[in-house]
Design a binder for this molecule. Structure first.
Ligand SMILES: NC(=O)c1ccc[n+]([C@@H]2O[C@H](COP(=O)([O-])OP(=O)(O)OC[C@H]3O[C@@H](n4cnc5c(N)ncnc54)[C@H](OP(=O)(O)O)[C@@H]3O)[C@@H](O)[C@H]2O)c1
Length: 331
């Protein structure tokens, strides 16, 4: 059987916000698989903020990077049998050939059994995104019951999960998001407060929501928003630096130096990559799955139909068009 893959190429260097002409669609006839390889067909593809910055270290003309859920169609690898659904970092392409041997981080794996839940969660709450929230929040912020947690990018893929885990752990949770619709949804899923950072004075609203100050800050955005939150941290507060999306399109915002607060309040700030917990990967997935099944963790996806619309889905996500996880369904 001959398979012709479609693939999205990083064709022109990004300048500011991504645009459609940064990408071009190409086709590739897939070769036969060799010993140790498998061939898989994409079902759901992920669009994520990191793609905007990580692709910069690849040459122009590279296939866009990214994870996907795919079904194995041919296999010469015993751990990836025909028919299995896998998660793999195969890029923006409809067919991929993979030799998993030697891949250390972001290695492909057969999806655990999600029961009746959609497989697409494997690139969302039950995948890298869910694990970023689970490990990043619990291991870096180390929240205690009764503490106050602030999450930026709160209505996004990682942020909404962090806030819900905060509630599971008995914290007061405040989310920052970019629209009233997003804020209403955050309150629906249990956030105590949601602040629209585009239409309000974040500092003032935060003071009302958390007059006692902030113990844990899970930071998805960096920049000015984070500088304001950091000013309202309590002594011995913990900050998990998950991402800095406000900086990803270039032109960094000038902010007042927050270092002073770090020293006087003895704050701890720690950056992390979710792949630090590769050896505990399935613990995160299983716990999030359990919380979903118990009704304590809600999930939401913004699904774009059609592989042809990958650039559009990515561009929209970078502009805030998603609630929950942004994904692309191939068919
Ligand atoms: N450290 C790790 O291992 C790891 C793993 C996964 C993700 N991340 C990082 O975590 C962050 C969130 O990722 P995600 O996958 O959950 O994406 P996401 O939040 O689902 O999508 C991006 C969101 O960012 C917000 N945004 C865009 N521009 C912004 C700006 N200038 N200021 C503030 N918010 C802005 C938008 O929401 P609004 O409408 O609210 O603006 C948009 O919906 C990103 O920084 C990402 O790089 C890190």
């Amino acid at each position: 059987m001959v398979y012709t893959a479609k693939k999205w190429i990083y064709a022109r260097a990004f300048g500011g916000e991504p645009k459609l002409d940064n990408f071009c669609l190409e086709e590739e006839i897939m070769p036969d698989i060799r010993e140790g390889e498998f061939l898989a067909k994409a079902e759901y593809l992920s669009v994520d903020p990191y793609m905007r910055i990580y692709i910069l270290s690849y040459p122009i003309g590279s296939v866009m990077i990214g994870g996907q859920i795919a079904q194995v169609l041919e296999s010469k690898h015993p751990e990836f049998p025909v028919g299995a659904y896998v998660f793999g970092q195969f890029g923006w392409r409809t067919y991929a050939i993979c030799n998993p041997t030697g891949i250390a981080t972001r290695k492909p794996y057969v999806l655990p059994d999600f029961g009746v839940l959609p497989r697409s969660l494997g690139i969302g709450t039950l995948g890298t995104v869910g694990n970023s929230a689970y490990f990043g929040f619990l291991e870096v912020c180390r929240p205690k019951s009764g503490e106050t947690v602030v999450v930026s990018g709160a209505a996004g893929a990682v942020g909404n999960i962090v806030g819900q885990i905060g509630k599971i752990k008995g914290c007061k949770v405040i989310g920052l998001a970019g629209s009233d619709v997003k804020c209403r949804w955050l309150e629906e899923i249990g956030f105590d407060y949601a602040i629209n950072y585009k239409t309000t004075d974040i500092g003032e609203e935060l003071l009302k929501a958390a007059p006692e100050g902030v113990d844990c800050y899970f930071d998805n955005v960096g920049g000015e928003i984070s500088a304001i939150v950091k000013k309202q941290m309590r002594h011995f507060g913990r900050i998990a630096c998950c991402g800095t999306i406000s900086m990803y399109n270039g032109s960094p915002i000038q902010v007042e130096d927050p270092q002073r607060d770090f020293v006087s309040k003895q704050l701890v700030q720690e950056g992390f990559s979710v792949h630090r917990w590769t050896d505990r990967w399935f613990e995160g997935i299983e716990q999030n799955l359990k919380w979903i099944n118990e009704g304590n963790l809600k999930y939401r996806e913004t699904i774009t139909e059609g592989f042809e619309n990958m650039p559009l889905a990515f561009i929209e996500m970078m502009k805030g068009g998603n609630i929950g996880k942004a994904i692309v369904a191939v068919e």
